[in-house]
Design a protein around this ligand. Sequence first.
Ligand code: SF4
Length: 419
Amino acid sequence: MSWDQRWLSPGVVALYVHVPFCARKCGYCDFASWATGRHDPLMRDYATAIACQVEELASTGVLAGASTAYFGGGTPTLLGQDLPRLVAQVVRSCGGLQEVTSEANPDSLTPDLIESLREAGATRLSIGVQSTDDHELRLLGRLHDSATAKERVRDAVASGLDVSCDLMCAIPGQTSGSWSHSLHDVISWGPSHISVYPLQIEDRTPFAADYGQDPSWNAEDRQADYMEEALMLLKDAQFRRYEVSSYARRGKQCKHNLAYWTGLPYLGLGTDAAGMLTREAYQRLQAACPQLPALPREAFRIRTRVLDGRSRLAGRRDLSQLSFRLEFLSAAQAAAEDLMLGARLTSGIGAELIAAASEVLGEGRVATQLSTLVSEGLLKQCGKAYVPTKSGWLLGNELFGALWDLAEDQRTQTMEVRP
Ligand code: SF4
């Protein structure tokens, strides 16, 4: 798809559904998720409300070109058999989905649930393993142990679903030896995709209170060493890095996440879910959401975030009842943002994006900034593409900031809309 087609797409390519429930809150987590009893009826009401919203959304035509759906959280698998019912509804409503992912935690994933998800149309499971060291798992506040994670990952792989595992580095109790064990263990369980993240200590979490902002086990140089070790080990095991944190076997990249990084429009439903729409997709959404205001003339890209909490959302099934935070980006801001997102990928910022962005931002300005970043060692030229160097990834904020600066005016117009 050309960049003009992405920027003018009449619908969304990806649908995200947020499930904000967890069995217990992990000490480091600042995601929109809340500890919820396994049999709390709120979860069923929430899933029913989202299913109704997806059906209504489909009638606007905005989902007609959707090719991926992703159920994230929180812990989607805490919904039990309500999750496959919701997955089936989304698959029916969207029509032509090629990839349907659900996040899962080992403690709430069962062989029956794996099978039901597969039958409902899921193609992929992303399992939060985080570590295979039981002591580290306890310090993180995770509910599963390594043996359970191994069993569930193996069950999922045996079911024929594509399986991704998340692993976390720079965590309390971790050593270079235990990190390499976790990587070896997970590789041996057979997933086709592995994501590795350094733990971020977020403000106002129990971890921030307990450990402060810069404990030695989380220091930046440790994070860099662990990420480098992951790169080496995963490369040896035939996993190819395609994004700063993401590794996949051939053909097993996550299409949904790639949509986020390549300027493709997406919509998020559920508490705190984010979306990114073209003008055309926004106007289609307006058919079901009369509370959305007319677009400002200069708005080129619209970022959306659902403001309703889980209880409110569970009681309101109509899209017209949703509250949103909206952020309007100009064409220049959208182009700068796409350059910035391109720099997360190993394929880098390609020639087509550079040409499209140059038309909006000025050829000279884009070329000069890219050359500057090459001379600073943050990007390197590979054929016609500019790809991030190791320093570019380590100094990601500097690299991304320099590309975002191309927008010149970085202020965006934001507003909250309520029914
Ligand atoms: S399971 Fe995931 S979303 Fe839930 S509290 Fe832990 S880190 Fe947060």
